[in-house]
Design a protein around this ligand. Structure first.
Ligand code: SF4
Length: 367
């Protein structure tokens, strides 16, 4: 029998479980706070609970289920964690230290069913959806590793669902994880600090627009025309640019006055980075009157992907063209490339044999 995974339970569910053990509700509050606020990963450390209850919990439930396989630290301080689930599927999480606020990039699926041609994760295919507990656990692990067990984050933390997987194809589990993390008695990471990135699952964009307390939205575009987007992101054949933009327009109407959403645009040398394509992109965004910003992301090379990143000069020119047409554009600096932690590079590579020879020796494998 598989032990119940407590990190994936809301306080209400935990109260019901603890009640079924004949225990009062305040025990559930203690356990919830032990796991989610103090970030303790064993019942033995929860010394405020009676020994007998700790024994019963250990027999019938489990706190962490992910096992850390490898931990890599980049020369820029980015950390990549490769975990295995109880049923041995890979899960990857990236911690990115930043000047003002650190970011944790988490995975929503093991592998990914979408076939974006510039992304290494696509090559794994979908292994399975992650449970709410497996999503929350990634965050707790990264926080404990970065700051120490239970230590408050110095400047707060941003979360981005931009690791492996298409978050909107695991919508219920993702939203439950977000509700658990939002609990003030636990991690208390409000949805306003979370960004969910989609390749363009149109019905879920429309659904997100109806949810009041929700995370920010980022949409990966990668191409300004259907012809090219069909090739780079085959999900476009199901929901082409016109449908995607109409859904974005609907989402935008639900934004507060000063809020924006984001388009992510991976820049592939000679493929989607010409002046003409910059003008086409600006025209698409302007045609739908979208109050959006565009993040330009130089492609992160990873064998055997057939693309090269655009040069910085090209990225800057592209940005200037967008801006000249009234579109806010930003350049995202690549992080953790040397440890395969950057966007599109997550493919559960761990052992020496699986890591391509192009990875520099600065890669440090710690665990
Ligand atoms: S870019 Fe995102 S949606 Fe596309 S294959 Fe990679 S993980 Fe999946």
């Amino acid at each position: 029998m598989e032990l119940m995974h407590l990190i994936g339970l809301t306080q209400t569910e935990l109260t019901e479980l603890v009640g079924s053990f004949g225990e009062p509700a305040y025990r559930a509050r203690q356990i919830f706070s032990g796991m989610q606020a103090r970030r303790l990963m064993s019942f033995a450390e929860m010394t405020d609970l009676p020994k007998e209850l700790r024994g019963k919990l250990s027999d019938e439930t489990v706190i962490p289920t992910l096992t850390l396989e490898s931990r890599y630290v980049s020369t820029d301080g980015t950390r990549r964690y490769l975990f295995k689930t109880r049923d041995k599927y890979p899960v990857e999480t990236v911690f990115i230290p930043e000047e003002h606020r650190d970011t944790i990039c988490f995975s929503s699926q093991s592998g990914c069913p979408l076939q974006c041609t510039f992304c290494l994760t696509a090559q794994l295919g979908l292994l399975r959806n992650l449970t709410p507990g497996e999503i929350v656990e990634q965050i707790i692990f990264a926080l404990n590793d970065a700051y120490g067990v239970g230590v408050a984050t110095p400047r707060g933390t941003n979360l981005v669902a931009m690791g492996a997987g298409e978050p909107f194809l695991n919508f219920e589990n993702l939203m439950k994880a977000i509700r658990i993390m939002n609990d003030p008695a636990g991690l208390h990471i409000v949805p306003n600090r979370i960004t969910v990135s989609t390749a363009g699952i149109v019905p879920r964009i429309r659904e997100l627009a109806t949810i009041p307390n929700r995370p920010h939205l980022a949409v990966s575009l990668a191409a300004p025309t259907d012809e090219l987007r069909d090739e780079l992101m085959p999900i476009n054949k199901k929901w082409p640019i016109d449908e995607l933009m109409s859904a974005c327009r609907e989402f935008e109407k639900s934004l507060k006055p000063n809020d924006r959403f984001t388009f992510e645009y991976v820049m592939l040398r000679g493929v989607n980075d010409s002046d003409e394509q910059a003008r086409q992109l600006a025209n698409v965004i302007n045609r739908y009157r979208l109050r959006a910003k565009v993040n330009l992301i130089p492609h992160n090379p990873a064998e055997p992907l057939p693309y090269e990143p655009s040069s910085m000069t090209r990225v800057e020119t592209f940005k200037r063209i967008l801006e000249s047409k009234g579109v806010h554009a930003f350049i995202r600096r690549p992080r953790g490339r040397d440890i395969l932690a950057a966007c599109g590079q997550l493919a559960a590579r761990s052992t020496a044999g699986e890591v391509p020879a192009s990875i520099p020796t600065s890669q440090r494998r710690i665990a």
